[in-house]
Design a protein around this ligand. Structure first.
Ligand SMILES: Nc1ncnc2c1ncn2[C@@H]1O[C@H](COP(=O)(O)OP(=O)(O)OP(=O)(O)O)[C@@H](O)[C@H]1O
Ligand SMILES: [Mg+2]
Length: 259
C-alpha cells in the first residue's frame, strides 16, 4: 500500500482559502472527504459512481498530490506538478502515505514506477513512446502502432504495471473487450498481492469484481464502501442482460420496436 488516507485539511491563514460553495466542494464525495477524510483499506480500490459523481476529479487530484502528471504518465520528481498548476482539489488534497508510499515518493527511481493511466490520453502516449527509434527503458518492445487499440492498451498495462507502485487509472476498460477486462482483473489481483496499490475509477462490473478489492461508491450522499453484489451498476447490468426491453422502452419512442 502507498496511500492510506485522503483528507482536505483547513488551509493555514497564509494559504489559499477553500470556498465550500464552489466546485469541486459542491461534489458530494469531495464535501464528504473534506468533512471526514477517506480511508484506503485494500491494495486494490475501485471508485464507482454515476457520470459526474467525481471519480475523475478525485483520481486526478490524487495523481497531482503524489506528483504524477494528472494528464497521465509516470511519477516524476522533475515534473512534480507545481501548486499553482494543480486543480482546485489537487491544491488542497492531502495524502497520508504508508512508510512504503513515503519511501517511494522520496526516491526518483522508485517514484517513476507509479503511473496514472487515463484512457483519453493513453493513445497519444502510446504514439509518443512508439515514435522513438529505440526502446525507451521501462517501456514496451513491440511497435504498438501495428496493434489494435485494445491490444496496445493491454501491452502498456502489462509493461508499466509490473512492479510495486501507485497505479491510478481512470476507466481503463474503455478500449477493452470482455476477455481483455478479465485479463486486467488478473493483473489487478496480482498487483494487489505483490505490494502495489491500485486506485481505479470504473464503470465496468467486470473490473469491480476483482477479488479482495475494496469498492467505494460515490453518490449524492458522498461515498460509501460497499460490496460488488450491492452495487447499483451490477444490479442494472444484471437486469439489463436478463430483459433489455425493460430499459429500452424508456429511451425508444416506439414501444413496438422493443417488445
Ligand atoms: N473544471 C471544472 N469546473 C467545474 N466543474 C467541473 C470541472 N470539471 C468537472 N466538473 C464537474 O464536476 C463533476 C464531477 O466530474 P468528474 O469528471 O469528476 O465526474 P466522473 O465521476 O469522472 O464522471 P464520468 O463517469 O462521466 O467520467 C461533474 O458535474 C462535472 O461537470
Ligand atoms: Mg470520469
Amino acid at each position: 500500500m502507498f496511500v492510506r488516507r485522503l483528507s482536505i485539511p483547513e488551509p493555514w491563514p497564509e494559504e489559499e482559502p477553500i470556498d465550500r460553495t464552489e466546485w469541486p466542494y459542491t461534489i458530494p464525495c469531495v464535501a464528504a472527504i473534506a468533512e471526514n477524510g477517506l480511508e484506503f483499506t485494500h491494495p486494490v480500490t475501485f471508485l464507482v459512481g454515476e457520470n459526474g459523481s467525481g471519480k475523475s476529479t478525485l483520481v486526478e487530484a490524487i495523481a497531482e498530490a503524489y506528483g504524477i502528471n494528472p494528464r497521465g504518465g509516470r511519477g516524476s520528481m522533475k515534473r512534480k506538478v507545481p501548486l499553482e498548476d494543480r486543480s482546485p482539489l489537487g491544491r488542497h488534497l492531502e495524502l497520508e502515505l504508508t512508510p512504503q508510499g513515503a519511501r517511494y515518493a522520496a526516491n526518483r527511481k522508485l517514484k517513476s514506477r507509479s503511473y496514472f493511466l487515463r484512457a483519453e490520453t493513453a493513445f497519444d502516449f502510446i504514439e509518443f513512446i512508439s515514435s522513438f527509434e529505440y526502446i525507451l527503458p521501462g517501456y514496451w518492445q513491440d511497435d504498438l502502432r501495428t496493434k489494435s487499440h485494445g491490444e496496445g492498451f493491454l501491452t502498456v498495462l502489462r509493461t508499466v504495471f509490473s512492479e510495486p507502485g501507485l497505479y491510478l487509472m481512470d476507466e481503463p476498460e474503455a478500449a477493452l473487450s470482455f476477455a481483455s477486462c478479465l485479463q486486467l482483473v488478473g493483473l489487478f489481483h496480482h498487483l494487489g498481492k505483490t505490494g502495489a496499490q491500485v486506485i481505479c475509477a470504473t464503470h465496468s462490473p467486470i473490473l469491480a469484481s476483482t477479488p479482495h478489492a475494496d469498492i467505494i461508491e460515490l453518490d449524492d450522499d458522498g461515498f460509501r464502501h460497499t460490496k460488488w453484489a450491492d452495487l447499483q451498476l451490477v444490479d442494472h447490468w444484471r437486469r439489463y442482460l436478463t430483459k433489455p426491453e425493460f430499459y429500452l422502452r424508456h429511451v425508444i419512442d416506439d414501444s413496438d420496436e422493443v417488445t
